[in-house]
Design a protein around this ligand. Structure first.
Ligand SMILES: Nc1c(C(=O)O)ncn1[C@@H]1O[C@H](COP(=O)(O)O)[C@@H](O)[C@H]1O
Length: 165
């Protein structure tokens, strides 16, 4: 991430990876403030065995795109909302990449989905992880079904006491 101040948002990516027991590293690598280190980080990532990079940054968020330009690994960008502009600045600077240099951009503050997307990328080549991802999706399905059931019971219960829908 561009700064340690992004961690409260980015932590959700780490939590998602924890849930799938995927090892990861966390670091501050700013394109603006430490350009040489950022280039070295990107250039060395694949050789060090990393499989994907989740890059979160706020404001004029050049980090995800710059990393994508120096690594062949998939890069997932997380727009981090700051005090002004509600994250629109970060979203637009991450999502509007020129053709040839892709960054998979998640929603503003969508770090959990960034973690889950990285897990899916790894799962494409890992049968066990793929099975766990399928199980996870089934749990989401079951939870949504349960929510519908609870809501129907509540509304139908209210009606039987004479409340309007
Ligand atoms: N967008 C970038 C980059 C970059 O893109 O290289 N480096 C830092 N930042 C962002 O600046 C914001 C404020 O950082 P500070 O809280 O350290 O002042 C953070 O959201 C960071 O991601």
């Amino acid at each position: 991430m561009g700064s340690d101040s992004d961690w409260p948002v980015m932590e959700a990516a780490a939590q998602a990876l924890d849930e799938f027991e995927i090892p990861y590293e966390v670091d501050v690598v700013s394109a603006h403030r430490m350009p040489r280190e950022m280039i070295a980080y990107g250039e060395e990532a694949a050789g060090r065995g990393l499989k994907a990079i989740i890059a979160g940054a706020g404001g004029a968020a050049h980090l995800p795109g710059m990393l994508a330009s120096v690594t062949p690994l998939p890069v997932i960008g997380v727009p981090v909302p700051l005090k002004y502009l509600d994250g629109m600045d970060s979203l637009l600077s991450i999502v509007q990449m020129p053709a040839g240099v892709p960054v998979a951009t998640v929603s503003v503050a969508g770090a959990r989905n960034a973690g889950l997307l990285a897990a899916r990328m790894l799962a494409a080549h890992d049968a066990d992880l793929l099975a766990r991802m399928t199980e996870f999706q089934q749990e989401l399905n079951d939870q949504a079904t349960e929510k519908g059931k609870r809501l129907r019971a509540k509304v139908e219960g209210a009606e039987s006491f004479g409340f309007a829908r």
